[in-house]
Design a binder for this molecule. Structure first.
Ligand SMILES: [Zn+2]
Length: 466
């Protein structure tokens, strides 16, 4: 099913160059500096239970499409928050995916799943209602074998490093277990403080109390709160973290005087903040996090612009991360100015900016990252982590920011088996983009060959200090 020339340009000159460039990078190890796989998989190394649990239940790309066509999330095995009934019949869930496979035509999900089916599980026929049971059985047979356990797959995928993302309130017990197991796979954490820096996050006040409990700091005071965060950052660093991640609704930053910030903190910690105060607090916290990054060396990632949990009913019934996060327009130039006024010229600070608003690539992000030493542009993200999205990204970023103000690829996934597929798509699209520049005599092929390795491997490793 997988054509060796997939995603390469159809023009013969460019295709020949793209093939040669891809030949230089196809076997490179995978650097996965940002993602959301579950560290307990690698801590416990238990067999994945069945094909639906691996490919449907945890993958919001898969179930959001099925939901959009009227299939209830309960039928797809997505657990309900209220303990309400949800399907546990994995074969039935799998058949639903299979009989609706046509919905995924032309989407990256179909490319990722096809790649995983074929390269990981040896499936060579297309998923359909007719093939559903055969493919289910084939994958399930594989999953019972030791070579399909999480650690074995990690090694087979040639992962040099894989970062997960945890809340500051996480004990990192799974990371501890991985370390103590003696297994050599490098699974590291990343510090995602949204639950304790966003006053609108569910349970914010309880989260502050928990932060106090685990750090022994007094999070009822501004200084104690900042000290508790610095403390957790150190703890995360001790489990290999090299980065932080911030999923704010906007890119707003602020630089309040300490007394003003303390006053604002007092308002938000009591739980009475208005929407404006909550936004200002998040804005202040991005600048505080940048200050701490300059001190402790953690690379800062800003992932703004997603309207989280847009579907109220789905949120109430199923919770976060259920495919109901919708991009909205995101402004950076004015929003980042307070932070950049303080830290934009620091050479020892790396802030990686992401966007779901492609309008901002050429107008805002490339000019910003093409100027400020502290800034880099993160790869095409989420809905744009697709062949067309990656092409648009390169086309709109490169002429102003070059390649070296970008940071390679992030798979940003919860779906473990899609990791090799996603990196392979990125490598093919980048090689195709470079092939066009070579064919148009805008770059020599030896430069493109070096760049192909940089984009696939070296840039991520350097930017994230891995
Ligand atoms: Zn992410």
């Amino acid at each position: 099913m997988l054509n060796p020339d997939r995603l390469f340009p159809s023009d013969p000159t460019q295709r020949a160059i793209a093939r040669r460039l891809y030949g230089e990078v196809s076997a490179l190890p995978i650097i996965s500096p940002h993602g959301h796989t579950d560290p307990s998989w690698f801590a416990k190394n238990e067999a994945f239970p069945d094909p639906a649990s691996l490919f449907v239940k945890p993958d919001h790309y898969a179930f959001r499409m099925l939901y959009s066509q009227g299939i209830p999330l309960e039928q797809l095995g997505v657990p309900r928050k209220d303990g309400g009934e949800t399907s546990s019949d994995s074969r039935a869930i799998w058949r639903l995916l299979a009989s609706n496979w046509h919905l995924f035509r032309g989407t990256p999900t179909s490319m990722w799943l096809t790649h995983a089916f074929e390269t990981v599980f040896g499936v060579t026929e297309r998923l359909s209602a007719a093939s559903a049971d055969r493919i289910f059985d084939q994958i399930e047979d594989c999953l019972r074998k030791p070579e399909f356990r999480p650690r074995a797959l990690f090694e087979r995928f040639n992962l040099e490093v894989l970062a997960t993302t945890e809340s500051p309130l996480d004990t990192l017990e799974h990371h501890k277990a991985i370390r103590e197991s003696g297994w050599k796979g490098r699974v590291i954490t990343a510090f995602r403080p949204d639950p304790v820096v966003d006053p609108e996050f569910e349970g914010f006040r309880e989260n502050l109390a928990e932060l106090a409990r685990i750090t022994g700091k007094d999070t009822a005071t501004w200084d104690g709160y900042l000290a508790a965060l610095a403390d957790r950052r150190q703890y995360f660093k001790s489990f290999g973290a090299t980065s932080t991640d911030h999923g704010h609704p906007t890119a707003a930053t602020a630089d309040l005087a300490p007394a003003e910030a303390a006053k604002l903190f007092d308002i938000v910690r009591r739980g009475g903040a208005t929407a404006e105060e909550a936004e200002l607090f998040r804005a202040q916290m991005l600048t505080e996090m940048a200050r701490m990054s300059l001190e402790d060396g953690l690379v800062m990632q800003i992932h703004p612009g997603s309207f989280r949990n847009h579907n109220e009913l789905v949120f109430q019934r199923f919770g976060r991360d259920k495919g109901a996060d919708i991009p909205s327009g995101t402004e950076y130039v004015r929003a980042l100015k307070p932070l950049l006024d303080r830290f934009g010229n620091e050479r020892d600070l790396t802030i990686i900016l992401f966007t779901l608003d492609e309008d901002s690539y050429a107008r805002e992000l490339a000019p910003l990252a093409g100027h400020y030493p502290a800034l880099r542009v993160g790869p095409a993200w989420w809905f744009h982590d697709s062949p067309e999205g990656m092409r648009r990204y390169r086309e709109m970023i490169t002429e102003t920011a070059g390649f070296y103000n970008t940071v390679g690829f992030n798979d940003d996934t919860r779906a473990f088996c899609s990791i090799p597929a996603r990196h392979d798509v990125a490598r093919r699209v980048d090689c195709s983009f470079l092939a066009r520049l070579v064919a148009e005599h805008r770059m020599e092929e030896d430069e493109a060959a070096e760049l192909a390795v940089d984009l696939a491997y070296r840039l991520a490793k350097n930017a994230y200090k891995l």
